[in-house]
Design a protein around this ligand. Structure first.
Ligand SMILES: [Zn+2]
Ligand SMILES: [Zn+2]
Length: 306
C-alpha cells in the first residue's frame, strides 16, 4: 500500500477532491499507481486516504451513472453477437462528448490516469468473456463490438472469411467474375433479359454460391491471381483465388465438404481444389503473383513456294 502514500499521489488526490466522483471515476485517475485491482477499488482506497464520503454512481459529476451500466452493456454485446459464430472478440466504445470533455479537464490534473473508454472496453470485455467463454483478441478478433454509450446501441464489425483455393475452368464462354449488364448496370433490363448480367454465370458465382450459403454470409468478393479471357480454359493445376465472404454467421466450415459441394454444383464447368482458410493480407500477394502460363497454339503454314 506504500505506493498510495506518496506525496505525489496524495497531492493529486487533493486536487481532484473538489470533484464529486464515483469510486470508478476517482480510481481511474490513479490507474497506473497500483496493478492487480479495479479502478473502483483504487477509488475506494483514495477516498479512505482523504476521508472523503462515497459518491453514488448516479451522482457522479464525470460519468453521470454510466459506470453503473457496464453489466447492461455487456449483456447488450453478448446478445448482439449471439447470432454469429465466433471464438474471439474485442469491445470498443464511443462515449458522448460531454463526458470526454469533462474527462479531459480531470485527466490534466493527474499523471496516473487512463481514459474512461479504456476502462469500459476492458471491464465490459471481461464481463462478456466470463458470460460467453470466448476470448478477447486485440489483434484480429472475429467480431468487434462498439458500444455507443449515448444511444445504448451496439455496432458490430464482423471479420470476413477468406477462403483460398485454386480453380480450373473446364468450358469456354464464362467470365471469371460477375459482369454487370453494360446497359442497366445490374438493375435488369430488356437487353439482359432482366438478369442484370452480361453472362448467365461466372467462375466467381459458381464458386461462391454454396460457400456464401453455408457461411450464411452477406456480400462476397472474388480475388483471382490474374485473369483469363472468357473464351479460354484454365487447366493444369488451376489458378489461385481467394474468396472473401462478408459478415459470415458461420465460420467453422468444413472445407473438404465445401470443396465437394462446389465441385458438384460446378460439375463440368468449374472445379476447385486445395481449399484452406486465408488471411486478408494474402490477397495483395495473390494479386501481385506472376503466374507462368502455358498456351497451346496450333499454327498452320502455307506450303513454301521456293
Ligand atoms: Zn463516475
Ligand atoms: Zn441489363
Amino acid at each position: 500500500m506504500d505506493e498510495w502514500n506518496s506525496d505525489a499521489v496524495i497531492s493529486t488526490a487533493k486536487k481532484l477532491s473538489s470533484y464529486r466522483l464515483c469510486d470508478s471515476c476517482l480510481g481511474r485517475q490513479f490507474a497506473t499507481v497500483s496493478h492487480g485491482m479495479s479502478n473502483e477499488e483504487r477509488g475506494a482506497i483514495i477516498r479512505q486516504l482523504l476521508g472523503l464520503e462515497k459518491v453514488e454512481v448516479e451522482e457522479c459529476w464525470l460519468c453521470g451513472g454510466m459506470m453503473g451500466e457496464l453489466g447492461k452493456f455487456a449483456e447488450m454485446v453478448v446478445e448482439a453477437m449471439e447470432k454469429y459464430e465466433y471464438e474471439t472478440f474485442l469491445v470498443g466504445s464511443r462515449v458522448e462528448k460531454e463526458i470526454t470533455a469533462k474527462e479531459d479537464e480531470i485527466l490534466s490534473l493527474t499523471e496516473y490516469g487512463e481514459s474512461i473508454k479504456r476502462e469500459i472496453n476492458r471491464e465490459v470485455g471481461k464481463l462478456v468473456s466470463a458470460s460467453t467463454g470466448k476470448e478477447v483478441d486485440f489483434i484480429r478478433p472475429h467480431i468487434t463490438a462498439i458500444i455507443n454509450t449515448q444511444y445504448d446501441d451496439i455496432e458490430l464489425d464482423i471479420r470476413p472469411l477468406y477462403i483460398y483455393g485454386r480453380y480450373r475452368k473446364l468450358i469456354r464462354g464464362i467470365p471469371q467474375t460477375k459482369w454487370p449488364c453494360r446497359k442497366c448496370n445490374g438493375i435488369g433490363c430488356e437487353y439482359c433479359h432482366g438478369t442484370g448480367k452480361m453472362y448467365e454465370e461466372s467462375v466467381e458465382e459458381i464458386i461462391a454460391k454454396r460457400a456464401v450459403e453455408i457461411a450464411e454470409g452477406g456480400e462476397e468478393y472474388f480475388h483471382g491471381a490474374g485473369r483469363e479471357d472468357i473464351d479460354v480454359l484454365m487447366l493444369g493445376n488451376g489458378r489461385p483465388f481467394i474468396l472473401e465472404i462478408r459478415e459470415p454467421r458461420r465460420r467453422k466450415i468444413d472445407l473438404s465438404d465445401l470443396q465437394k459441394e462446389i465441385n458438384s454444383f460446378g460439375k463440368g464447368k468449374v472445379e476447385v481444389s486445395e481449399l484452406r482458410f486465408a488471411e486478408k493480407k494474402e490477397i495483395e500477394k495473390l494479386k501481385a503473383m506472376k503466374a507462368t502460363k502455358t498456351y497451346r497454339v496450333i499454327i498452320s503454314f502455307e506450303k513454301g513456294k521456293n
